[in-house]
Design a protein around this ligand. Structure first.
Ligand SMILES: [Fe+2]
Length: 476
């Protein structure tokens, strides 16, 4: 097999609607960091820390607010008198799950309210919340965004560019934003004598969530509703407590909270759901946060849970023409080893369960495109075999030296899964983000993926149609 040419740009020179809703819901400090300010994160009420919209299954959406006030605020729909929001979960302080950990402090109250189907605007104490779009034309995508300490200096935008990326991504004026997981990174204390991460918050409390996400993401949170895809960093063993408080769609409960390891078998898994993008196109969101780095045995509880959830995915994907499968862990993909060899980055646990019903293609019929994070670079893979086009978009801020740049050409015969033949490949290890634009109102399978650098300059464009992608570099 001849080498496959790659569209590659390396760092710094290296490189890479709501219409017919037929689908149903089945249902690791950094530099000279001052402690994150407790000052209000958004204009408006002094107690409001964050106010955003989470896109849920089908046409559902949630307004969610983090406040330091003693009660939940009111939310004004379409300029009407404010209606009190419901408390999702109260502030709490608890011991760390790990003996060596820092106590977990959540000093903010989380409040929420479902968006009425007819509401076009909402505001909380003068802070506007983005409304669900009636027509999804542009989706903006980030993944793997937090600051990995101590290898990144979180105060240096060149080292940790997520705030810059969020600003540029907001400037694309999306109808929907997707985060494909790994939001929280600062898990461990700064080593003694490391000036680069002195004073950084660490652990699993709100201060890290504020520093890694809510503060830098502010303009992007204000730009459109979000779909949050859970990463391994948000599993119960790691930052799951914050995930369940701030991002999860299901009601907060003791069983789902991740506060007590005895309930992790509940809190680590979430039912897949579909988000319509218009007639015959949808996102299918899958929680792979607990997917291990080895194949699962049928006796493993994760195997049983994932098998049942993948059956739900199959049902969802059968409802429309084109489905985008979103999981943090790549099902197929590549990374470069320390010696420069191209090795597979597909998740063995997911593969082992997906192969149960789809031994060749892995994915259910109707899934045309797979979107992932986890690997800290951009990759686009398209196949001459029936496998779905695959995009890995994990380059939005977290240390991209964690994963080495991919070579410009895949070695002959390189396959991310037995029987999968790659016929188009593009990559960049430059930091950035992506947009996904509907290309043809009459063909739900046609989308344009644009990869941008931290300055918002396009670097790679990929035309996607009928489950295939063709990428070209935008600049030399
Ligand atoms: Fe990850």
């Amino acid at each position: 097999m001849r080498p496959i040419p790659a569209t590659t740009m390396k760092k710094p020179i290296s490189t890479a609607w709501v219409g017919a809703l037929t689908m149903t819901t089945l249902l690791l400090g950094c530099g000279h960091l001052p402690p994150p300010a407790a000052a209000p994160a958004v204009a408006g009420g002094p107690a409001i820390e964050a106010a955003f919209t989470i896109q849920g299954a089908g046409t559902t959406a949630l307004a969610r607010v983090l406040t330091r006030a003693s009660t939940c605020p009111g939310i004004a729909w379409d300029g009407a008198a404010p209606i009190p929001m419901a408390e999702r979960v109260a502030p709490a302080s608890m011991a760390a799950r790990l003996a060596e950990g820092r106590p977990v402090e959540f000093p903010v109250r989380v409040c929420e309210a479902p968006w009425p189907l007819t509401a076009r605007t909402a505001s909380v104490e003068g802070v506007p919340l983005p409304a669900p779009a009636r027509a999804i034309q542009r989706i903006t995508i980030v993944a793997d965004t937090g600051c990995r300490t101590p290898s990144q200096n979180c105060n240096d935008p060149a080292q940790w560019p997520f705030a810059r990326i969020a600003q540029q991504a907001a400037a694309t004026h999306p109808d929907l934003v997707i985060h494909i997981g790994d939001i929280h990174y600062r898990e461990r204390p700064c080593p003694d004598g490391n000036a680069g991460c002195a004073n950084s918050p660490w652990g699993y409390g709100y201060d890290v969530w504020q520093a890694d996400f809510f503060q830098p993401a502010r303009p992007l949170l204000a730009s459109a509703p979000w779909v949050f895809v859970r990463g391994n960093h948000e599993s119960c063993f790691r930052a799951g407590q914050g995930w369940q408080r701030f991002m999860d769609l299901q009601p907060w409960s003791t069983q789902r909270s991740c506060d007590d390891p005895r309930w992790d078998s509940v809190g680590d898994f979430s039912a897949p759901y579909a988000v319509p993008l218009g007639p015959q196109a949808q996102l299918v969101v899958f929680d792979s946060s607990k997917a291990a780095g080895k194949a699962l045995e049928p006796s493993d509880q994760a195997y049983v849970k994932y098998a049942a959830q993948l059956a739900q995915v199959t049902h969802l994907a059968a409802q429309v023409r084109t489905s985008f499968f979103l999981s943090h862990h790549p099902v197929m993909g590549f990374v470069a080893s320390r010696t420069g060899e191209v090795v597979n980055a597909g998740n063995p646990a997911l593969q082992s369960v997906m192969a149960l019903t789809q031994p060749q293609r892995l994915f259910a019929p109707g899934i045309d495109v797979a979107l992932h994070g986890h690997v800290h670079l951009f990759e686009s893979l398209s196949f001459s075999t029936p496998h779905p086009a695959t995009l890995i978009l994990g380059n939005s801020g977290s240390d991209n030296s964690w994963d080495r740049s991919m070579p410009t050409t895949l070695p002959p015969g390189t396959a991310p899964y037995p029987g999968a033949v790659v016929d188009d490949f593009a990559t960049t290890s430059e930091y950035g983000f992506a947009t996904l634009d509907r290309e043809d109102a009459s063909d739900a399978s046609r989308w344009l993926l644009t990869e941008y650098d931290v300055n918002g300059t396009p670097t790679i464009r990929c035309h996607i149609a009928h489950g295939k992608s063709r990428c070209t570099p935008v600049r030399p």
